[in-house]
Design a protein around this ligand. Structure first.
Ligand SMILES: C[S@@+](CC[C@H](N)C(=O)[O-])C[C@H]1O[C@@H](n2cnc3c(N)ncnc32)[C@H](O)[C@@H]1O
Length: 214
């Protein structure tokens, strides 16, 4: 069963301190996390000075990649449900002396867009939010025509026997993944609200990067 928000918060409060290290352990099974992060950010087509929103930003593992694209004149808004994950993100921002990051402890389904946002990204977070369709719709309405929303996340692969899928769920369970999340297909919801959507499978179909263009 998918975790509820209280359980998600509890899980990520526990994981926060070691999150970056444990996320790296997935390299052992061939999950090229940094490569997927770079590919996802590249698909945003950011330029220096842009404002980008990251949904479920966690400890801020995408921040260095985003900062490189938007520079000192741009802005990153990171939102996350779990205070302890954001604490780690704040430490990262402080250590790097970035002064153009705004971090907000909020449920993404309650986030209200204010001011201009040029692009939105979410990596390994959106599928676990039950209101993901509402979030996708809000994003499509907030962005200007031509602007992009990129999702990178796990998904249930089409072509494998059940035992392989069960193994995939077992391996990702420490991060709140459950089999029923396989029924959530955010990239399909994207097709309802964005004029163009491209989806690329990664990690043998166990994950994907989708870009929606308004
Ligand atoms: C697997 S972590 C991914 C963190 C980061 N995006 C990354 O790529 O490393 C999932 C994150 O989603 C956040 N999250 C889960 N539900 C959320 C919600 N409803 N609103 C905002 N953030 C949420 C969790 O707190 C957690 O930090």
């Amino acid at each position: 069963m998918a975790l509820n928000k209280k359980q998600i918060k509890r899980l990520y409060r526990k994981r926060a301190l070691n999150y970056d290290f444990t996320a790296n352990l997935y390299y052992l099974i061939g999950f090229r996390e940094q490569k997927y992060r770079h590919e996802s950010v590249a698909m945003l087509n950011l330029k220096q000075g842009d404002t980008v929103l990251e949904i479920g930003c966690g400890t801020g593992l995408n921040f260095p990649i985003l900062f490189k694209e938007i520079g000192n004149d741009g802005k990153v808004i990171g939102i996350d449900l779990t205070d302890k994950m954001l604490e780690q993100a704040r430490n990262r921002v402080r250590k790097n002396k970035w002064d153009n990051f705004e971090l907000i402890n909020i449920d993404a389904s309650e986030y209200v867009f204010e001011g201009e946002v040029n692009a939105v990204i979410s990596t390994f977070a959106l599928t676990m939010i039950p209101e993901y369709e509402k979030i996708i719709r809000n994003i499509s309405r907030a962005l200007e025509p031509g602007s992009r929303f990129v999702i990178c996340d796990f998904k249930k692969p089409e072509k494998y026997p059940d035992w392989v899928i069960d193994l995939g769920v077992f391996i990702t369970k420490p991060f709140g993944v459950s089999l029923d999340l396989g029924n959530r297909k955010p990239w399909k919801n994207m097709e309802k609200y964005f004029s163009k959507v491209e989806v690329k499978e990664i990690f043998s179909g166990f994950a994907y990067i989708a870009v929606g263009i308004v």
